[in-house]
Design a protein around this ligand. Structure first.
Ligand code: GTP
Ligand code: SPV
Ligand code: MN
Length: 590
């Protein structure tokens, strides 16, 4: 057994003083026992941790209601603790590592008295992948243990991999009092360490996810020459049987999960799912970019998911192969004892219980499910799972898609002229904020590569790293930018989106294969009307153009906003990006 792990765990136990230490083995029977415990003894804000749902409709599914003040990531309480503020950069919160550790030790001191400390050994990435990271998280939340079991590869294999090396990523977590005033998510990239206190929710508490697989890993990738990204991984099979692999970065709650398991409307096309949130990208032996999904499950946004928008996710949620599936902060249809959320069905069922546990009043104007309510489901339950999902080397990438949520300004799709231009486009990405994080919703903020909340070091250095990766790969993937969210004057989405997005993907594949020519604009290359598959959709030429119009005034404003965002990075910002911004401005001035 891995002695260095035991010593580290003992040290945490001396600090947090749990009544018991429980080493998670990672078996199904164990999860059944923990869920049972969560239904009987373990409580969150007075509620049982788990409630059994209707297993005829949703096999193996359980419901969880989190503390009402703990329903999303809290970016203002999330810190990157590198030695200097400059290294963390202007878009991260920073605290001196020594000071932060002292603060956290104060909070952790004795916090597990009367409770059990669960020790979760898990690997991010298939344990046999050369790119996998072996990790240990301690936590006092049964909910976190069960989620981690679905989301990561939990079990003794991780302990074997760590062995006596002492090399493992460390996560210390306690839900504490679930008090927003005593809540911090602290990252120590140089120590491969995360300390998280006061939240039991999602990215704040399932430390394998955003904390380890993105913030710590992005810093490691910067040091070691690879990338950790907020991206989906998917294969798209064309009618000729050829599979093209894509990465896709979209900010939180902006369509990654939907795209990752798209059911194409186009005859003969098929999407194969590899991941819906995180990708680790390495240069392979042949000089191409290869990606793995370090996770093993989906922690997906429930509202908006339906048979119409994402039939493959509905199948995933009803699949009984991998135990269990969890629903957090959705509503409950009390008649059927099934989860319900907005747009699951056209009409809400009668007798809903809302996400807070109260009878739902449809006339309240409030949603019944929390807008950031989520499900946790195994990727192995997904009907479109790629057979390459456990390939330790990953899959070779031909296209990278960056997407934002913009009512105006950005076209449906645009292709970059080359790698440098693509990195520039991704670096200036703006997107309207969503409920995935606390704070104001619907305001445009710069979210470069959809990584603003997840980059574990100075974003200017991150841009340099991206630029440098292009030079290291032979045959770099084509880079595209998309926007499914453009609206007309009446505020309606112009593009039907969801399954129809396969039309955009088809154009990308045609571009990768050199089968369509596109048209140059100051922003990049957009499709010609006649080369874009619109059969079966009600779009005439004018309608099509309204998806692609580039308004010079909008772009002058946009360029101004990018410029001031860039200014925040001072001298650290790569000159190539400033140069690209000047080219863009000149292009629109005509
Ligand atoms: P995280 O898990 O938070 O990282 O986000 P995600 O990007 O995986 O989010 P998800 O795919 O679940 O996005 C959900 C939101 O995007 C819902 O509000 C959907 O309605 C919306 N959405 C997804 N695809 C489309 C689309 O093609 N068109 C429109 N209009 N909305 C879409
Ligand atoms: C996101 O917010 O981007 C998520 C959900 O994927 S969470 O795990 O809570 O970060
Ligand atoms: Mn995400």
């Amino acid at each position: 057994m891995a002695r260095p792990v035991e010593e580290w765990v003992e040290e945490q136990a001396r600090l947090m003083k749990p009544d018991r230490i429980y080493w998670v083995k990672g078996t199904r029977e164990e999860m059944e026992e923990l869920i049972e415990l969560g239904m009987t003894e373990e409580k969150i804000a007075g509620n049982p941790t788990f409630i059994r749902l209707n297993h005829n409709e949703y096999p193996n599914s359980f419901y969880h209601r989190s503390h009402p003040s703990d329903v999303a990531r809290t970016e203002h309480l999330t810190y990157v603790c590198l030695p200097t503020e400059e290294e963390a950069g202007p878009v991260n919160n920073w605290m001196d590592p020594g000071e932060a550790k002292e603060l956290m030790r104060g909070l952790f001191e004795g916090c597990m008295k009367g409770r059990t400390m669960y020790v979760i050994p898990f690997s991010m990435g298939h344990p046999d992948s050369p790119y996998a990271k072996h990790c240990i998280q301690v936590t006092d939340s049964v909910y976190v243990v069960v989620n981690m079991w679905i989301m990561a590869r939990v079990g003794e294999k991780t302990l074997q991999k760590i062995g006596d090396s002492g090399e493992f990523v460390k996560g210390i977590h306690s839900i504490g009092e679930l008090d927003p005033e005593r809540r911090y998510i602290m990252h120590f990239p140089q120590d491969d360490l995360v300390m998280s206190y006061g939240s039991g929710y999602g990215g704040n508490a399932l430390l394998g996810k955003k904390c380890i697989a993105l913030r710590l890993a992005s810093y490691q990738g910067y040091r070691q020459g690879w990338l950790a990204e907020h991206m989906i991984v998917m294969g798209v099979e064309a009618p000729d049987g050829k599979v093209t692999y894509f990465l896709g970065a979209f900010p939180s709650a902006c369509g990654k999960t939907n795209l990752a398991m798209l059911d194409p409307v186009l005859e003969g096309y098929k999407v194969w799912t590899l991941g819906d949130d995180i990708a680790w990208i390495n240069v392979g032996p042949d000089g191409r970019l290869y990606a793995i999904n370090p996770e093993a499950g989906f922690f997906g946004v429930a509202p908006g998911t339906s048979e119409k928008t994402n039939p493959n996710m509905i199948k995933t949620l009803k699949n009984d192969r991998f135990f269990p599936t969890l629903f957090t902060n959705t509503a409950i249809d009390s008649g059927a004892n099934t989860p319900w959320w907005e747009d699951l069905t056209d009409e809400p069922p009668a007798n809903l219980i809302d996400w807070r546990g109260n009878p739902y009043d449809p006339s309240s104007g409030q949603p019944a499910a929390h807008p950031n309510s989520r499900f946790t489901a195994s990727i192995y339950n997904c009907p479109t799972l790629s057979k390459e999902v456990d390939n330790p080397q990953g899959v070779p990438i031909s296209g990278i898609i960056f997407g934002g949520r913009r009512s105006t300004t950005l076209p449906l799709v645009v292709e970059s002229r080359d790698w440098e231009h693509g990195v520039f486009m991704a670096s200036m990405m703006g997107s309207e904020t969503t409920t995935a994080a606390t704070g104001k919703v619907g305001v445009v903020r710069r979210d470069p590569m959809a990584m603003r909340p997840f980059c574990g070091y100075n974003m200017a250095d991150y841009f340099s790293h991206w630029l440098g990766m292009g030079a290291r790969v032979t045959n770099p993937p084509k880079i595209f930018m998309v926007n499914w969210f453009r609206k007309d004057e009446k505020g309606r989405f112009i593009w039907p989106g969801f399954r129809e997005n396969s039309r955009v993907i088809k154009w990308m594949i045609d571009r990768i294969e050199g089968k369509s020519s596109g048209r140059e604009t100051p922003l990049g290359i957009i499709p010609e009307y006649q080369e874009f598959e619109l059969d079966g959709l009600d779009f005439d030429r004018e309608g099509f153009e309204s998806l692609f119009s580039l308004d010079p005034e909008d772009w002058e404003k946009e360029a101004g906003e990018v410029e001031s965002f860039y200014e925040g990075f001072g001298e650290r910002l790569p000159g190539a990006l400033k140069k690209q911004l000047e080219i863009l401005k000149k292009g629109f001035r005509g």
